[in-house]
Each structure stands twice: as C-alpha cells, then as structure tokens.
Ligand binder design. Sequence first.
Ligand code: GDD
Ligand code: MG
Length: 334
Amino acid sequence: MKAIILAGGSGERFWPLSNSKTPKQFLKLFSDKTLIRETYERMCYKMEPKDIFIITSEKYQQLTMKEIPEIPKENIILEPIPRNTAPACMIGTLTAQDDEIVTILPADHYIPDKSKFWDTLSKAIQGAQELDGLFTLGITPTRPETGYGYIEAGKPINNSTYKVNSFKEKPDPEKARTFLSKGNFYWNSGIFVWEKSIFLEQMKKHSSDIYNKLINISPWDTENLRKIMPTVEKISIDYALLERSDKVYVVKADFVWSDVGNWVSVRELQGYSDNNENVEVINGRNVFVKSDKFVGIVGLSNIIVIEGENGILITKEEHSQDVRKISEKLKKMG
Ligand code: GDD
Ligand code: MG
C-alpha cells in the first residue's frame, strides 16, 4: 500500500500563526509537533516510511523537509502550481503499482488516536481489496456544516460499510440541514482508499481531461509537470470524482476527528482559557487566548485573542471564519 499525504493547501484562517508561507499543516496547534508531522507519524504507526509520500507545492519543499527530515527525498512530490486535490490525487496515485491500494490523507487534520484510526482504515483497505470501489471514511455529523462533503449511505455491505447513494460536496445551509435530519448521511473526512486501477478507470470515465493530461506523466518529472499543470483543471477530487462515480463506498469512522477549520475548532478541542495562569477575565467569560504574555480581558465574552510573530488577532467567536480576510488584505499589501 502507498499513503499519499495531500499537503499543498494554503488555508489562511489561522492568522496570525499561519499565512501563505506557513499554512495550517505547518502549525503546531495541539502538541509540539506540526499537523503534517502528526499525520506522517500516524501513517508510520503501521507503514514503512518508503511507502509514505507527501504531495505539496514546490514552495513548501523546504518546510516539508524540515518537518520530516527522515523522509526520503523522492517521497516528496512537488507541484509547480496548486491545482486543488483532483490533480494531486491523480499524481499521487500514479506512484503505486496497478493493483496496489492507495490511501489519500489530508495533512492538516486532528486525529488523536492512531490505533482507533487504523481500525477504521483497515476496514476500508480490506473493502478496497475485495470490491471494485472508491472508499471514503465517513464521520457522524453533529451540525449542518457547509464546508464538508455529505455522503448518503445506502445498502449495507457489513456492519461498518455501506454502498454510497449520493455524494454532495459543500451543500448550501438548507441542504445541509435536510441531510443532517435524515440520519443516513455522513461527513466526508477527506480520507480515501482505492486500488490504483479502479481509481484510474473512474477518473478516465468521470474526469477525462485531468486523466488524459496526467496519465503519462511520472510523478517525479517536475519539469514536465511545470509544463502541464497550468493547463490542468483546478478542481477538488470531491467534485471531479466522488460526486460523479457510482462506485463509492463509505466506512463509518470510529475515531475522534476534526478538520480544524478555524480558531473556534481549536478552542472546542482545547477548552476556554478563562482559568489559565496568564489570563485574567473580569466581567466576562468564555475567552480563548494563545499568548506568551499576560492577557487581561475586561467586559468581553466569547472572544478569541491570539498573539503571533506577525501580529495580534482579536475576534468574536462567530466571526472566526472571516479571519482569512485579514490574510487576504495583508497579501494585497505585500
Ligand atoms: N498537493 C496538494 N495540492 N494538496 C492540496 C491542494 C493542492 O492543490 N489543495 C488542497 N490540498 C490539501 C490540503 O492541504 C488539505 O490537506 C487537503 O488537501 C484537503 O484540502 P482542503 O482545501 O482543506 O479541502 P476542504 O477542507 O475544503 O474539503 C475537503 O475536506 C473536507 C474534510 O475536511 C473535502 O474532501 C470535503 O468533502 C471534506 O468534508
Ligand atoms: Mg480542509
């Protein structure tokens, strides 16, 4: 089996800690290790390093090598320009043998329990070996989140695996509420398992342009990728393949998972800072603070205060999605 870690995203909702030079996967949010390092170690729990690949932008090559110095150089695959996850999944899958299983993983998720993670992943690997299908890991949804893909489970295959009836990426709020109320919908975790030959067959059928442009390329041929990537469609694998294929399966994920979308998700996992030693809150409550300095908060509740090398963020929780506007503004200012 090959594991392909997708690490080319440029999420900017974690300013002032992240920016386009250090996106979320390179942040230490929950331990003294970055999210990409945690993802790599999660895979090393049961795999040989030689079978673990990271696909990322050329501009993140140095950072990736610094985070995971022990990874063989050829296991970092470089994209000259980001084209979202469909081309990245295609290039990553091309590292495998025809009948080999490939697991695709986002680099920036929080999954604390390696052993439970592998229990679920093993079921998907077994499924992909036995059935001709694209396997997803489904998370039981808890709110009508519009930033995820929704997987409609159909006929059961066994007690944890279902054939998928439909897949809808990033629905509008009304659809998300309907899906949530039905009971047989899961969030797409963004972790996929497939056999190379089935994936290629399905890409050829449903995303033939990406397939044709990349099928004869070697993942290590950066020169050729530089020529071809600008002509490849920028689209995520969710739209390019999972919404279109009728060979999708879902395995119910039985592990704690968060895609850590913004500062509120970090607060949800770490708790409020109201009683921390270096935080004093007067006439307020439910604050989340990350700072090396002593922080005093008077008369404010439900706020987030983050101090980083590049600046200080102060926001109300309900506006934490808009933090990316600060990164955008700073980018424009150069
Ligand atoms: N190599 C490479 N190239 N990696 C990329 C690129 C790219 O162009 N674009 C994004 N990535 C990486 C990101 O770094 C991240 O690890 C992963 O691919 C997923 O990309 P996101 O941009 O974070 O996707 P999303 O969160 O909007 O949506 C996906 O994940 C959700 C769960 O977190 C979808 O798969 C949803 O369906 C899913 O629910
Ligand atoms: Mg994401």
